[in-house]
Write a protein that binds this ligand. Structure first.
Ligand SMILES: NC(=O)C1=CN([C@@H]2O[C@H](COP(=O)(O)OP(=O)(O)OC[C@H]3O[C@@H](n4cnc5c(N)ncnc54)[C@H](OP(=O)(O)O)[C@@H]3O)[C@@H](O)[C@H]2O)C=CC1
Ligand SMILES: CC(=O)C(=O)O
Ligand SMILES: [Mg+2]
Length: 648
């Protein structure tokens, strides 16, 4: 909870600072969640004890009990109850009911510290009245500007940078200085800024995270914290967390093991939860679990910021993850959503399977229902039913086998042919070649269902020639593997070859848009994980789609939170992907786009959230009752708005 207006701060160790600057005439509002306080008083935990002391301290120190107003924010009369009025007791928009589970540490920002508080800082947009009321007159030049002008100015600044990483750094600086302006910029310029805060630039940011790290953007939990993870979670300033994105940094995009520097990924994903899905920033917590790294370059880099040891595995790894997952539940309750991100496949499948029954978890590197819908759109352009097509994947890991299974399941559903049979429509190539029966014994468990009868084939080009796929999907993390020969072979087999290069970032994309269109003489139906600029081929402009899970997880998260879902069910993921598919219009398809543009992503997210929530209610997995009548409208009303609040 934050209070604006007095030079006063309550610290977790019970001390008060700046109290002498207060006069009795200055009023101080302390807004608390009364039921929670009762719980706090009955408890012995560090922060909770502090709270009871804190309110007393405030009253005693001021010697003016009437100056402390204790407000029950659950009261209907409370001015900030819903939708964010002008008053901003919580320091941010308060749109969902969850708002009342506020943190109980009190921090009061004013004067110089207010300008350094990213959640409340408005920079030159503080009005004269606010400047007077909050002791910031003189700290800013006299001009007062509105937020729109600030957006215009920041965009001009960012556009001056030529190097994408410099744009990334400018965005991160902004996020650390003025959170609302950061989100307004991102929301209003999503097509331009998504490639900066997300793939591809976030990949380079992770590679250089050791050098660009400035201030905490999330929590680092390492092997050294074993036995203390619960305490570490308490060091994060927010106590009401609803979404965690966690990585252990072992498979960062297609860039491999970046150890502790993988932090850029949870930070980037969570900024999309807010910008694209409307989940308040304070509810989001990026976490990196540092169990070491097997990346020798990092281990030998004197500036590396993580543990300098090889990765822990086996029991040591499992115990740390287990403590983490328990601590998360104990700290934030059963309904905190944990998204596993960019774990290597030897851990990712097991973690998802293990915690699916006990926690609200999902992994968008494995669960690709959204992609499947894009594929259906692509096939509309080519013709034929799903069962008429043959699919070849380069890459048989989390993404490849996850998508392959969805395809086989859907063909089985449509044709009533058993799954074991429909899987034969799908072939996968890994680093050792085509996955076939004779390799069965040495295959990882997730590859085994894809081992079909065939002669050994080592190279992708030979696999294309012998399997004769209609759809080629890149999920290898290996850049430039769809060579000219491969795409020409696909084009000689198909009038309209479907080529989907999913690997991120751009450097790891199996081919570029330009290559796909040039080498197929403009006939390819192409989409990629990271965005490519439009391409001109033979006088025609080709705009390729971005096939990326960013379409789905922000809306999915919002739907889970607003329904109070207690488990992620596959049908909810399917509902999310159906909602996405509904947003693809005939006009998009006519332009070769199999996904809608990101420009309308908040609207898309509201639809996804509503479909997910509807499914949660249908399945009896929603805990937030009664069910709102119009879930799309409700989703929209829950969304975080980055507009400034009025502090007077
Ligand atoms: N667009 C999107 O939204 C998403 C994109 N991705 C991207 O997909 C890529 C793969 O991710 P994920 O499946 O999790 O990774 P995994 O590590 O689980 O799988 C990679 C697979 O690619 C194979 N492979 C690697 N290099 C080659 C090569 N040169 N030739 C043939 N096969 C190769 C590996 O073979 P082997 O098993 O033999 O080692 C493995 O089967 C990443 O780049 C990631 O960024 C992932 C999720 C979503
Ligand atoms: C997009 C994503 O999650 C990945 O490339 O891993
Ligand atoms: Mg990922």
């Amino acid at each position: 909870m934050a209070l604006i207006g007095n030079s006063f701060k309550l610290h977790q160790n019970n001390s008060l600072s700046g109290i002498s600057k207060m006069t009795q005439s200055q009023s101080l509002r302390v807004s608390i969640h009364l039921p929670k306080v009762v719980a706090m008083m009955n408890s012995n935990t560090r922060l909770e004890r502090n709270f009871s002391v804190s309110v007393e301290s405030v009253v005693n120190e001021l010697n003016a009990p009437t100056a402390v107003e204790v407000v029950d924010p659950t009261s209907k009369q409370h001015p900030t109850a819903v939708g964010g009025g002008v008053e901003d007791v919580y320091g941010e928009d308060t749109a969902t009911d969850e708002q009342f589970d506020t943190p109980w540490s009190v921090s009061v920002a004013s004067g110089y510290s207010l300008l350094r508080n990213p959640r409340h800082n408005k920079g030159l947009a503080f009005s004269e009245k606010e400047r007077d009321a909050h002791y910031i007159s003189g700290l800013l030049p006299p001009v007062v500007v509105d937020q729109d002008l600030q957006v215009k100015k920041m965009m001009a600044n960012i556009r001056q940078y030529v190097v994408p990483l410099h744009k990334y750094q400018a965005m991160m600086d902004l996020q650390e200085k003025n959170e609302r302006l950061f989100y307004k910029l991102l929301i209003e310029n999503v097509e331009e800024l998504l490639p900066i805060v997300y793939t591809p630039t976030v990949g380079e940011a992770c590679q250089k995270y050791g050098c660009i790290f400035k201030r905490p953007q999330g929590l680092f939990i390492s092997l050294k914290d074993k036995g203390k993870i619960l305490e570490i979670l308490k060091n994060w300033p927010e106590k009401d967390i609803q979404v965690i994105v966690v990585t252990d940094g072992e498979r960062i995009l297609g860039l491999g093991d970046l150890g502790c520097q993988g932090m850029g990924i949870p930070v980037g994903k969570l900024s999309l939860y807010t910008a694209l899905g409307g989940i308040r920033p304070s509810l989001c917590l990026p976490i990196t679990i540092d169990v070491g790294t097997n990346n020798d370059k990092l281990l030998n880099d004197e500036f590396y910021i993580g543990l300098r040891q090889k990765r822990a595995k086996g029991q040591e790894y499992a115990e740390l993850m287990n403590e983490f997952m328990s601590a998360v539940k104990q700290s934030y309750g059963e309904k905190v959503l944990v998204q596993f991100e960019d774990f290597a496949n030897h851990n990712a499948f097991d973690l998802l399977a293990k915690y699916s029954s006990t926690h609200l978890v999902f992994n968008d590197d494995i669960q690709h229902q959204w992609f499947f819908r894009g594929l259906i759109s692509a096939l509309k352009l080519v013709g034929g039913s799903l069962a008429d097509h043959r699919f070849l994947f380069l890459g048989a890991g989390e993404a490849g086998t996850g998508i392959a299974e969805l395809i086989a399941l859907e063909i089985s559903k449509q044709t009533k042919v058993p799954l074991e049979e429909t899987r034969k429509k799908v072939w996968l190539v890994d680093s050792k070649g085509l996955i076939i029966k004779s390799r069965l014994d040495s295959l990882q468990h997730f590859k085994k269902p894809w081992a079909h009868e065939h002669e050994p084939v080592k190279e992708l080009l030979d696999a294309v020639k012998t399997i004769r796929p209609t759809v080629l999907i890149g999920s290898s993390g290996a850049g430039q593997t769809f060579t000219k020969e491969v795409i020409e072979a696909m084009s000689s087999l198909n009038k309209k070859p479907v080529i989907l290069a999913l690997s991120n970032p751009t450097s790891q994309s199996e081919c570029t848009a330009e290559q796909a269109y040039n080498w197929s003489q403009g006939r390819a139906i192409f989409a990629s994980g990271s965005p490519f600029a439009p391409v001109e081929y033979s006088g025609k402009i080709y705009v390729s789609g971005q096939s990326n899970n960013a379409y789905i997880f922000p809306g999915l998260g919002l739907g889970l939170i607003m329904s109070g879902a207690i488990h992620v069910h596959d049908d909810m993921l399917l509902a999310a992907s159906e909602a996405l598919a509904e947003q693809v219009t005939q006009e998009h398809l006519d332009n070769g786009l199999i996904y809608p543009p990101f420009t309308n992503i908040r609207k898309i997210s509201a639809h996804i959230a509503a479909k997910v929530a509807t499914k949660a209610y249908e399945l009896g997995l929603a805990s937030r009752l009664p069910q709102p009548e119009n879930l799309v409208a409700y989703a929209e009303s829950c969304m975080y708005s980055p507009s400034y609040r009025n502090y007077c």
